[in-house]
Write a protein that binds this ligand. Sequence first.
Ligand SMILES: C[S@@+](CC[C@H](N)C(=O)[O-])C[C@H]1O[C@@H](n2cnc3c(N)ncnc32)[C@H](O)[C@@H]1O
Length: 246
Amino acid sequence: MKKLLKKYLPPVMLGGVRKIRDALPLWMLTRKGRWIRREYWQFGQDQRSFVFMSIARFLHINRPVPGYYFEFGCNEANTMRKAWDHFQHLFDFTYVGFDSFEGLPEIAEIDRQPIWEKGKLAFAEQRFIKRVRGHGMPAEKLKTVKGFYDTTLTPELKSRLMPTKAAVIYIDCDLYASTVPVLEWIIDFLQVGTVIVFDDWYCFHGDPKRGEQLAWNEFRQRHPQLRFSEFVRTNEAASFVYVGRD
Ligand SMILES: C[S@@+](CC[C@H](N)C(=O)[O-])C[C@H]1O[C@@H](n2cnc3c(N)ncnc32)[C@H](O)[C@@H]1O
């Protein structure tokens, strides 16, 4: 049945079928469906919540650290809403979402993987805003920067957002080629205590010579004067705290 649906339904409709399945009450699902929803999917959600709650504790205990919540890779607003849920009561952040809102860029050779192609993960900017606003974030707290990072992350954008620094930088853009410009651009927003999270740390089978890990390792080599301390990790993500420069 699944194979038939995959064969004959266009991918857009397949997304609809998935949504209907996800909305069904637990008792209507097969044993496998129940396990996927209740145990497997929930585990992923809990891991992410662990990262956000750990950051909340860290930032709060340490001062609290003021500034921006930057998110690179916004898609369906899952992490943006989680950030709001975990930070709204303790910190007065402005939340900035950076995304093409047209999905992934052309896939460079180093980022090739069967699951990725240009345009995948597209989610319109207005839908993203509506979803985050619908979740309770006031309009004045949310900014979006639409476009591919190699063109939007300019010195002009930097001066528009400064002098406020970043409290949290959440990087969820999957690809090595997308992470490189992000890391170079954020340097001036670092302050002691800024937490950087890599949501896709173990993509590419955890290969340190690919993806976000490669971008980070090269960044550390290019900027040895910037000091970081390892922070929490999960089965998917890794994070670091900026502690100053030599
Ligand atoms: C895995 S999704 C992000 C998921 C999102 N954090 C959530 O929780 O719903 C990756 C996102 O990165 C964006 N992206 C990847 N490379 C990009 C680039 N070079 N410029 C702009 N956006 C990019 C894609 O458009 C996509 O929305």
